[in-house]
Design a protein around this ligand. Structure first.
Ligand SMILES: [Zn+2]
Length: 229
């Protein structure tokens, strides 16, 4: 099934309705990220979105071992490829990949690149606070962490990059910086976390980040009970 929208050319191994919703979702994501100052880096290039039904069909195109989606660019085209029926939320995965295409992702350290993409994938367009993914927060609060110096140093080929807390901790760190630096998220840089590590040391930094995760969990719980009231 093929759907062409303003920015996207979706080719999906799925029903027409889902293919249309994918194009609409990506257009909304792109609008939201533009409102935060994140523009696609080569706006003149067409964007192909290739949606495979499951991980088996996606397998031959997979980049890396664990990803269910990726973003890439060539000289004449940008790509997002995704396995639709795979663990995790496919809508968030689409937004995450679009976020990569709006940042200089090959130049950024992995923790910042992935943390920023997750942070942006949860942004909402109307200036509201980003959604808190309770699954990420619960994972963070219930398990051991990757030592923060290893998180910051991890290259794409390192074992730390595949640690189960790599994505949750990266997301938390970027979200914490975005909230506490008092700057637009567009102006947050990886050096800010490095600076805080130098200022407070690894133990104290983890204490502060864990406190922020608990705070997010409380906020998410109180917004859920406010919605029920
Ligand atoms: Zn990513």
């Amino acid at each position: 099934m093929e759907v062409i929208s303003e920015r996207f050319h979706v080719v999906a191994d799925l029903d027409a309705d889902t293919a249309r919703r994918i194009a609409t979702h990506l257009e909304l994501t792109a609008d939201t990220l533009e409102s935060l100052g994140f523009y696609v880096r080569q706006p003149e290039l067409p964007v192909s979105v290739i949606v495979f039904d499951g991980e088996e069909e996606f397998g031959a195109y997979r980049v890396g071992t664990d990803a269910r989606a990726f973003a890439a660019y060539s000289e004449d085209r940008l790509y997002i490829a995704i396995a639709w029926n795979a663990p995790g939320d496919p809508w968030q995965a689409l937004s995450h990949e679009w976020a990569h295409l709006t940042t200089d992702f090959k130049a950024l350290p992995p923790w910042f690149r992935e943390g920023l993409a997750d942070h942006l994938s949860l942004a909402r367009g109307d200036g509201l606070e980003p959604v808190t993914p309770t699954n990420l927060v619960n994972a963070l609060l219930s398990k051991y962490w990757l030592p923060i110096d290893q998180l910051l140093r991890a290259g794409d080929e390192d074992a730390a990059r595949r640690h189960e807390q790599f994505y949750p901790q990266s997301w938390l760190a970027v979200s914490w910086l975005a909230e506490t630096e008092g700057l637009p998220v567009r102006e947050i840089t990886p050096y800010m976390l490095q600076g805080r590590l130098l200022a407070s040391g690894m133990h104290e930094l983890e204490v502060q980040l864990r406190a922020y995760a608990s705070e997010l969990q409380l906020r998410a719980a109180s917004s859920r009970s406010a919605r029920r009231a």
